[in-house]
Design a protein around this ligand. Sequence first.
Ligand code: BG6
Length: 487
Amino acid sequence: MEATTFVLFGATGDLAKRKIYPALYNLFVDQKMPQSFSVIGLGRRELSDEAFRANVERSLREFSRREAHDPVVMKNFLSAFRYNVLDVSRKEDYRKLRQLIEQQEEKLRMVPNRLFYLSVGPEFFETIAANIHESGLGSANGWKRLVIEKPFGHDLQSARDLNANLSKAFTEDEIFRIDHYLGKPMVQKLEVLQQSNPVLQALWDNRHIANVQITANEIVGVEERAGYYDHVGAVRDMFQNHMLQLLMMLTIQLPNNSTSEDVRFKKKLVMDSLEPLQKEDVRSHVVRGQYEAGMIQGKPVAGYTSEPNIPAASQNDTFIAAKLQIDDYFWRGVPFYIRTGKRMKDKSTRIVIEFKEPIMQSKGTDDNKTPNLLVFEISPNEGISLQLNTRDPLHKGEFKPMHIDFHEREDNVPEAYENLIFDALHGDSTFFAHWDEVELSWQWVQPILDAYEENLVPLHLYEAGTYGPAESDALLAQDGYHWWFDD
Ligand code: BG6
């Protein structure tokens, strides 16, 4: 892999500590880092290189997947780390940073390939990108890449503005937008499962599939993020990005040996085919919820509006369920039900594919037959299961469901950030959010934002520790379906 300088903005922040340093370290231990690399940590605080390295080491001991005890490995890894104080809006600081990077590159005889990782609030993205550009940091003789993480805008217009500004400093091919759901191993497998299994390929359309259910339940509430979350809600925090990405990754029809361009193009096709919602229809297609006090795993938890720093009259959504339709040859007529919420009964992200009844009815009592289900468990456990019908040996003429379960061994599977950082270092954007799909996702979601804003959609309260408001069940019941695995 080519030599790289990893320039990390927000080096003393939480994401760096929990995710980025452990990911770099694990890649290093697995010999997946470039032979020559250096990490320049940037932050507002004054910090010596030694103190910075000690912080990094502490975070590895706490959060790394791989053991962080071998002193030689640790020393080699940390020797690549330097720290530099930087105020994101001071042009002078970027000039100094450029000198430091150039010195390092010269010392290590490295080609000036630079990956700028912005682990900072989105309000700083544009300033930093512009300063990288103006200071010449981005005009060296190697490649440059920009890694940013959602939120990419607050609505359609702000996302477009952000993108227009970033585009002044980086081309689309140089921008790597992290959606960490795309780094989850099972999500990365969806593509391959579909491409390499004729059994799945043959059934992957509206002739065989009755409906698809995509769920991301969380146990946690708003945590310490009131200031952020109360302005975004579930629709912006999870739905516009993670949930729609899951929908895209499941439904794209890829050629064999597809490239990242194919993935980008096919995702755009899916988003283009998504039947648009009108503001007036949001009420009948979307359920907006907010959690009330309740019990989770035997412990009482407060309602959303009693959480610290949340206004008592907040109408913010902590749950969303929606019905979507893809109007293309493969999926026309198949409802996709998507839901996500905080303070739910359990933590589970999964996709359930419910198949249609067989065309030829078999002999016997059909009443106790259950539909065939194909389930992708994405997290916290990773697995695939299939529900089939078989004959019940105890009750003649009756059926009973049979389950075929496969669970991935959990230990030592690379984490989402490892996969994504590895790909960004290689310049492979397959599992990143591309601008086309980000824009189309905002475009699809915008009527929901408008309808919420104008209070056209009721806010349904749900008890913490449940699966959301009853209206979410009704959304499926009107089509003759129900959410699977709510028990
Ligand atoms: C983040 C959201 O993007 O994803 C959080 O901002 C949410 O609110 C988190 O808790 C969920 O991620 P995961 O990987 O735990 O499902």
